[in-house]
Design a protein around this ligand. Structure first.
Ligand code: SIN
Length: 294
């Protein structure tokens, strides 16, 4: 008999709506029922009250990635907003801004050989304690394009068959930054390090705040499943990547100048579209440190 969760078009995902209680200090407008929400009524450049902080935390937990428009942040204000959520992570390879190692430069123009984040990934998942979240502030946008796509890894996990979930349960994978980072930022004047982070993480991780399970392998950094033959690892990972890229699990954010996106790397993968050459897209990212996945 055909599995009712599997039609001709692959996996189906039945999203269970969560908490629908209203917010007091912010307005939250969902992009899709599954992932993404725009937040209004808050100035990220000012100190936030405890209640505002609780509500931003809640909106992030419920929507996985949240967006803010018309924000005017100095580097110091951007860093201060990030610090509300924990220690900041210093990128192991990318260029940073002036004397702010925690402020990563995100920039592409007509002379760039590459743009950041062009493949699906979870930021720096090769780190033994990968970042909890990333806060990207785009100040200059191309006339069209330059969107970022985000995908829910909760949905990707839930939509796996029970047999695949059972197979992956307890399995770990090696994530490695070497291939991604060595030589990548030479064009921006950054010298290579002797080594780049490499770490073994569970393939299915449990979110420390929501307790939900998320698929935690990505094309950017995951190199192989451990404990199975290489060819099996190759094919299973490819299946999982294709599965995770189902548009059902995604939202797509259209940037305007001075927009901010804050995503949770523990349950989200993202991919930036470099479809705007020769135009310029530019901004900064602060990245909030995270815990060892379990
Ligand atoms: C990244 O942080 O991966 C870049 C995302 C973007 O530029 O939209």
């Amino acid at each position: 008999m055909m599995d009712p969760m599997r039609g001709n078009n692959g996996p189906r995902y039945k999203h269970k709506p969560g908490n629908e209680a209203p917010y007091d200090t912010i307005q939250v407008d969902k992009l899709t029922p599954i992932i993404g929400a725009e937040i209004a009524g808050i100035d990220l450049g000012r100190p936030l009250s405890n209640h505002q902080m609780e509500e931003v935390h809640r909106a992030l937990a419920e929507n996985l990635v949240v967006f803010f428009r018309d924000q005017h942040l100095s580097p110091e204000q951007h860093i201060a907003f990030g610090r509300n959520f924990g220690e900041l992570h210093i990128h192991p390879a990318a260029p940073s801004y002036q004397n702010h190692p925690e402020l990563m430069v995100i920039h592409a123009d007509k002379n760039s050989p590459r743009a950041n984040g062009e493949g699906w990934h979870s930021d720096v998942s090769c780190d033994p304690t990968p970042p909890m979240g990333s806060i990207l502030y785009i100040k200059t946008c191309p006339p069209k394009g330059g969107d970022t796509l985000f995908a829910s890894m909760y949905a990707a996990y839930e939509a796996l068959s029970d047999r695949m979930k059972a197979y992956l349960h307890g399995m770990t994978a090696m994530h490695d930054g070497e291939e991604n980072y060595r030589g990548t930022y030479k064009y921006a004047g950054v010298e290579d390090k002797a080594t780049y982070p490499r770490a073994e993480h569970p393939v299915i991780r449990t979110h420390p705040v929501t307790g939900q399970k998320a698929l935690y392998v990505n094309r950017g950094f995951t190199r192989r499943l451990l404990g199975v033959p290489r060819d099996e690892s190759y094919h299973i990972l490819n299946y999982l990547y294709t599965h995770a890229e189902n548009p059902l699990f995604q939202c797509r954010f259209r940037w305007q100048p001075n927009s901010v996106a804050f995503w949770d790397n523990r349950c989200v993968q993202h991919r930036a579209m470099w479809d705007y050459w020769p135009h310029t897209r530019s901004g900064f990212r602060v990245t909030v440190a995270g815990d060892r996945p379990y």
